[in-house]
Design a protein around this ligand. Structure first.
Ligand code: FDA
Length: 301
């Protein structure tokens, strides 16, 4: 990233919200479930599966937790009714993790129970390191009741990830492995690019070697290659892993992965609370300054 891109990246909270909205449109399906359904159908038509994220995080009011659960139940029913190839991804802090762990666990259980009834699946996203222990506890608890209907995420930038994975391996878990997106202190997280990559590969291979299911979530072509070669070396069938990518990021890579016969799932966020998610995505965009400036001078991005 150029110095200028970095300046814009860190100055992002100063960029007016309507400009952020314009530039971030590609990362979000829209504000409504209708918008999400349209995007998922288009992904399915292109041969990709989807996972739906209702945008929202850091909820501090238990009424809003109930509303979030209801919305996810509606999403699951709608996916079933429309015959779409999609599951859901949930964020523990949207489901009350910062209010009370047991409230969050009950909320996750309710969503996973409905998914299990419908033969669908729920991925528990991983947030910053203050959430890791509680998220893994909730995953284990819910998994005991509904083993095939829930999975979790591990982040290769966290130093603790290999240990967390070792503890989970006897369960043959379903794990999305990703680099990690939150700003973490050096005491908790690897900071250099190559170490994070190496830790991604190390943990991905461990999941595959122990009969787990790997969601290989990356747009880094080196890691996509590492995933493809890892499944090839092990002669794994295409049902025992999937690639995962975010909506709006590198559609050409998405087509390449699909054309080589792998399964791929696109993360499709929707909802009114799009701002924090969009800021995180824009910070990762290597040409963010270019897009922000074009939007500011009124050129469509
Ligand atoms: P990297 O950041 O190196 O990107 C590789 C290349 O992709 C870049 O060079 C660039 O070309 C392109 N690219 C990446 N981001 C872009 C963007 N926003 N706009 C344009 N181009 C972009 N994290 C987390 O902490 N908890 C979670 O639960 C999840 N869940 C999750 C689900 C899925 C399906 C994906 C794909 C990712 C996540 N993440 C996540 C995010 C993840 O941790 C990570 O931050 C991003 O995937 C970026 O890392 P890459 O591996 O893509 O590499």
């Amino acid at each position: 990233m150029s110095l200028f891109d970095n300046l814009v990246r860190y100055g992002m909270p100063l960029v007016p919200k309507p400009i952020v909205g314009r530039v971030a449109r590609r990362y979000v399906a829209g504000e409504t479930l209708e918008d999400a359904v349209r995007t998922i159908r288009s992904m399915n038509d292109q041969g990709a599966m989807a996972t739906v994220d209702v945008l929202g995080e850091e909820v501090r009011d238990s009424e809003l937790v109930r509303a979030a659960v209801d919305e996810y139940l509606e999403v699951l029913d709608r996916l079933e009714a429309e015959g779409l190839d999609a599951n859901v991804s949930i964020k523990p802090t949207m489901l009350g993790l910062k209010i009370e762990e047991s409230l969050c666990a009950d909320a996750v259980m309710a969503i996973v129970a409905r998914a299990a009834e419908l033969g669908n699946f729920v991925r528990i996203d991983m947030e910053d390191h203050t959430c890791t222990d509680a998220t893994l506890r909730i995953y284990r608890r819910v998994r005991e009741e509904h083993p095939g209907a829930v999975g979790v995420v591990l982040q290769s930038y966290l130093r603790r990830t290999s240990t967390d994975l070792n503890d989970l391996l006897p369960l043959k878990p379903n794990i999305r492995i990703c680099k990690g997106i939150y700003r973490e202190p050096r005491s908790m997280a690897w900071k250099d690019f190559e170490t994070i990559r190496a830790n991604f590969v190390y943990n991905m291979e461990k999941i595959l070697d122990h009969g787990g299911y790997a969601g290989i979530a990356t747009h880094d072509t080196f890691l996509v290659w590492a995933g493809m070669s890892a499944v090839d070396r092990r002669r794994l069938d295409r049902e025992s892993y999937e690639f995962q990518m975010l909506l709006g990021v590198d559609p050409e890579l998405r087509r390449i992965i699909l054309s080589e016969g792998h399964r791929l799932r696109v993360y499709v966020p929707y909802g009114r609370d799009w701002y924090p998610y969009s800021i995180r995505r824009l910070r990762e965009n290597p040409t963010v300054a270019h897009h922000v400036i074009r939007a500011m001078v009124g050129v469509s991005s």
